[in-house]
Design a protein around this ligand. Structure first.
Ligand code: ADP
Ligand code: MG
Length: 585
């Protein structure tokens, strides 16, 4: 017979009971064991009531617990871990505000199709439901629900192993995304006989079960691809995530199909490869007759497949999510299923096929690439001697250093800092670029940097706008505590977009876009024992970045830019309701 006791309700003065070691355990122990059982290696979080002991027990299972200063960053780390490893990243938070802070990252993970599980401590739901005003009272379960793929609530310890296994399956199956587990205090504190608890634990089998596409859809896609005169492939981060690099390479190289990558698919095929049409995005949109979307969505980032796009375009779309198909334009050949199985089926069907590609198509794109690249080189060159430095001055220095360290993972956020870095730096390895992605949000930098370093053991360089860094800066200290091989490069132009905002009349306050051009971000690094640099010239930047990457230690470089470097909203200024220079009161 099991002897199960429930701790006293929250709010009562009675202290919770302690289990008798070793014959008794708590729900927290079961949680730690359940995470271990499904193969979780890292948990990112921030402790406090009621999850502190759970975090210790997780460490006790040999799982790394990476403690952050803000839950949102812990969540960004978990999401990046999920993107890079194809296993759910796990975020653990306390209740109420901790839960809400973390939920931002989990919602962002869902939007970006990163597998992740948020586990938050929660008040006794019977008290929440009766609105009794218990400690950190919030109906977290229902708050999370609309923002995640699946949500589970554990009201008793017996539910924990199944919740963890099901959350894992939900996070990685079909279109990956965020999953929430409401881990109530009664479940965490419940005491059970060890023997009974052990019986609950099980090894879930086949946690990721890929689904093959319908063969008729493969036939249709192959027919259209073979008939294309000006074919092209758009690679998205779903293709990078799927880890099917060889199959993509075979399809592109064997059938001589030019490709252009969305930002986080950069490097899946080399940006500077002979079939890369990275610089010919507009030409592909306008002139291609068949475009195969591989793990990319025709959302705002691709003008919804309309406007500039050839109206007679036939889209082939490989995606695991049936509801994505026809989202904005009719898809001529949807191939719905797991990326690996879809590509395998397409390659098998293509075997021995000849393409109908116009012989001038690829050479024309190559000529255009050459011309555009030369123009870009001139642009970098003309900024070479600008003092104070501009974005392009700094990027002219950073580009060759990152490109000669291809195995460094690049994390990137900002407005101009994001756009210009993405355009300037060629990637040559898959899953080596992590940025603010589909929502184009700010505030993922330090979290994603830590997650990338922890998940892969690789060196990471985060190139951050000064504004972007502000959202997560304190979590640079997390990189320092865990002694990670990371370098943060902060482009300080003194503001959001730039540092030359003029306040409206009748105020002595700074303009809404103005930050601090004289801020010494290197001092933030110094506070946590990092190697730091304050650089004003290309030579100083070159030395600082080279040394930092080689050191494999936490480093922070404050790059002094000119206040007038950068424009409003970077490359997406057109989305502003009215440009700043045009508004009047
Ligand atoms: P990008 O921003 O790079 O264009 P998106 O995030 O918009 O990429 O699109 C990624 C797409 O990849 C999503 O529609 C998602 O459903 C799909 N996807 C993710 N993982 C897989 C997979 N393993 N197999 C097939 N499709 C996938
Ligand atoms: Mg700035």
């Amino acid at each position: 017979m099991s002897t199960t006791t429930t701790p006293s309700p929250q709010g009562s003065a009675k202290a919770p009971q302690a289990p008798h070691f070793p014959e008794q355990v708590t729900g927290m122990y079961i949680l730690a064991r359940a995470l271990k059982n499904v193969g979780i290696e890292n948990v990112y979080g921030l402790v406090g009531i009621p999850i502190t002991e759970a975090a210790y027990l997780i460490q006790g299972q040999g799982i790394r617990f990476v403690g952050f200063r803000h839950e949102q960053q812990a969540g960004m780390a978990a999401a990046t871990d999920g993107f890079l490893t194809k296993k759910p990243g796990v975020l653990m938070t306390v209740s109420s505000l901790g839960f809400l802070n973390g939920l931002t990252a989990t919602a962002n993970a869902t939007v970006n199709c990163y597998p992740m599980i948020q586990i938050s401590g929660a008040s006794d739901p019977t008290m929440v439901d009766m609105n009794m005003g218990t400690y950190e009272q919030l109906d977290q379960f229902n708050t999370a629900k609309p923002l995640v793929k699946a949500a589970f609530r554990c009201s008793k310890a017996e539910d924990i192993p199944s919740a963890v296994a099901r959350a894992y399956r939900a996070a990685v199956s079909g279109r990956p995304g965020g999953v929430y587990i409401d881990m109530t205090t009664p479940a965490l504190g419940q005491i059970m006989n060890r023997e009974d608890a052990e019986k609950l634990l099980y090894q879930p089998v086949d946690v990721y079960s890929p689904v093959a596409p319908n063969p008729a859809s493969v036939d249709r896609a192959v027919e259209i691809l073979k008939s294309a005169k000006r074919p092209a492939i758009v690679l998205g981060k779903g293709a990078a995530y799927a880890q099917v690099d060889d199959k993509i390479k075979t399809l592109i190289e064997k059938y001589n199909i030019p490709y252009f990558p969305m930002s986080m698919a950069k490097g899946l095929m080399p940006d500077a490869g002979p079939l890369s049409a990275l610089s010919c995005r507009s030409t592909i949109m306008e002139k291609s007759d068949v475009v195969m979307m591989i793990g990319a969505r025709l959302n705002w980032l691709l003008s919804f497949g309309k406007g500039k796009w050839n109206p007679a375009m036939k889209f082939i779309q490989l995606d695991v999510e049936p509801q994505e198909i026809d989202a904005n334009v009719p898809i001529a050949a949807p191939v719905v299923g797991d990326m690996g199985l879809a590509l395998e089926a397409i390659l098998a069907k293509m075997e021995g096929a000849t393409m109908s590609t116009d012989p001038t198509w690829v050479p024309a794109l190559q000529a255009e690439t050459k011309e555009k690249d030369a123009k870009f080189a001139t642009r970098l060159d003309s900024a070479k001697n600008m003092m104070p430095m501009h974005h392009w001055t700094a990027l002219g220095v950073i580009k060759p250093i990152i490109e000669s360290n291809p195995d460094v993972i690049l994390v990137n956020e900002g407005a101009n800092t994001l756009d210009d870095t993405r355009d300037a730096i060629n990637m040559s390895l898959p899953r080596h670029r992590v940025d603010c992605a589909t929502w184009a949000i700010m505030g993922m930098g330090m979290g994603s940097m830590v997650g990338a370093a922890v998940a892969t053991g690789k060196s990471v360089v985060a190139i951050e706008g000064d504004s972007a860094f502000g959202f997560s800066g304190m979590d640079f200290s997390t990189a320092c505590r865990f002694k990670l091989p990371v370098t943060v490069v902060i482009f300080n132009n003194g503001g959001i977009y730039n540092g030359i905002g003029v306040p409206m009349d009748k105020t002595s306050d700074p303009a809404p876009t103005t930050l601090d051009i004289n801020a010494r971000y290197d001092k933030v690094g110094e506070a946590f024992g990092a190697q730091t640099y304050y650089v004003q010239t290309p030579e100083e930047l070159s030395k600082a970045l080279t040394e930092s990457i080689a050191s494999k230690k936490p480093c922070l470089i404050d790059v002094q830019l000119a206040a007038d470097s950068g424009k409003e909203s970077g490359h997406i200024g057109y989305l502003n309701p009215a440009p700043l220079q045009d508004i009047t009161v």
